[in-house]
Design a protein around this ligand. Sequence first.
Ligand code: NAP
Length: 303
Amino acid sequence: MIYNRVALIGLGLIASSMCHAMRRGNLVGEIVGTARSEETRQIARDDDLCDRVTETAAEAVIDADLVVLCVPVGAMATLAAEIAPHLRPGATVTDVGSVKRAVMDAVGPHVPDDVHFIPGHPIAGTEKSGPRAGFAELFDNRFHLLVPRPGTDAAAVMRLRQLWEGMGANVEEMDADHHDLVLAVTSHAPHLIAYTMVGVADDLRRVTDSEVVRYSAAGFRDFTRIAASDPVMWRDVFLTNKDATLEILGRFTEELFALQRAIRTGDGAHLQNYFTRTRAIRRGIVEAGQDTDAPDFGRGRTR
Ligand code: NAP
């Protein structure tokens, strides 16, 4: 057993996937969970998601040797303040939030000196939310980034690393600011672009809604999947990773203008060179095992 008792605060996609993955690997003694709403807590009881479900976060963390904050980034500070007096000395607090500097700054001050605080972020997810969205394989062969603060106890970091490896992830360590910049490029800006594209299609009155749905081609369809992601989670990502996201969006806008000019002036060489470069990036992602090479993402034949 890597931990005797793990407390999950929030029981959505990531926490429920952790429940399944921890049980699959028989990694921990007891899983205690809690969520804000009685509805989610009841689903967790009905589905036997955790070994025990508590009414409050304060109750959940009692005697836990690992506490995982699995709520939207903007909710973490309040929860950290609520659980802080009930944390067991020597315990570890971690999180799964998509932004790291803001979580460090918001949660860090609440964590007592005798508790280890090791922020983390699984680079794995889907557009689905809630306690029934999780599955044991979510973290398999995906990265989990740990962002320990300088001076963090090495044994505590190693133990947390073992848990994530046991759940199937490849664990790496990264600095918080670098994490936020990398994720702005690979996840945050792309989500904003997808939200925008789907919003634009929705605004185009010359193309009816039914045509958008009926003739939805691969490009747009992939955008709609991303743009179906949880609105609260993504609101918090942009509010808390402001600088890096704005930096990447500035660069994006410049490149978009250059492509716009190439289209207007008929500069085919510019377009072709650009698309050749982007194709190579896609090949790199597939070769790194981070996506399927199957045509249309393995969806098979569709209408
Ligand atoms: P989710 O499925 O939407 O579940 C969120 C959970 O947090 C629910 O149990 C919800 O409780 C609880 N919650 C929401 N707002 C709260 C508040 N103000 N106070 C207390 N509890 C609150 O979310 P998720 O996808 O698992 O995401 C959880 C965290 O993982 C987020 O920080 C997100 O950035 C990060 N993350 C997500 C993904 C992804 O693809 N989804 C990937 C990597 C990391 P109720 O059910 O009772 O409302």
